[in-house]
Design a protein around this ligand. Sequence first.
Ligand code: SF4
Length: 284
Amino acid sequence: MEPNNEKREKLKEFYFRIKNCRSCELGSTRINFVFGSGNANASILFIGEAPGKNEDLQGRPFVGQAGKILDGLLAGIGLSRNEVFIANVLKCRPPENRDPEIDEIITCKQYLFEQIEIIDPAVICTLGKYSTQLILNTTEGITKLRGNIFKINGRLVLPINHPAAALYSPSRISVLKEDFNRIKTVFDKSALDKPVLDKPALDKPVIEKPVSGKWALDKSALDNSTVDKAAPDKAPVPGKVLEVGKDQGSKEGAAGSGEGMAGSGGSTASAKNQAGNNQQLGLF
Ligand code: SF4
């Protein structure tokens, strides 16, 4: 297998392994499981909170109004969705876009951690309170954390406001643009040479996050204290109440059953099928 395809195939295999998850109650209220999409070889991973109405309907992350803002911010620094990977803390939509419950995050976080291990990005941008607190293993609010750059196990973590925040407070778009420009600075340096990241060339010093034995992305290092439910600065999530039934699997069905997808190549038709399946899954 070509090295470029290795991560994509691993992600695909992982998707089919977990797409029918019912480990928490959200599994019975979702319409679609939202795995995440983008470039499996991305150097930058964006992590949001949870699918909203449109994401639940389409099975893709950030496809609503907040997604349009994210697209604009990416374009502003010369990036497209096909060059980054976008995932969420939760893979299923909380009913009526309510906040994720701590138990749901604890149950679902292993999937995100596995995605991080497979993609192995140099830079992680956490969008909003929930992903920031999960990845940095802190109860500090996003307002205090945004604008800083953290380094955990050689990986840079940039906490950023959730793009949905700009839907209700347009003035926040300038803060988001500022943070995205910082991503560009970090990403440019990351693309050059990893040791450059340790030099104080950035507008903010890199904060080496203390690691107590294991770092935040270690599966066993997080516990119930990770998410501060009382933190007041959650970005608003748009969308109305959506009546949802049992898992209808419309998108999952459209994406194919997955049987024989990995390792079934060889013929031209098979290669075309693989490419089609990759597109349907949003993997590049
Ligand atoms: S939110 Fe996560 S843990 Fe809960 S059912 Fe969906 S995939 Fe499973």
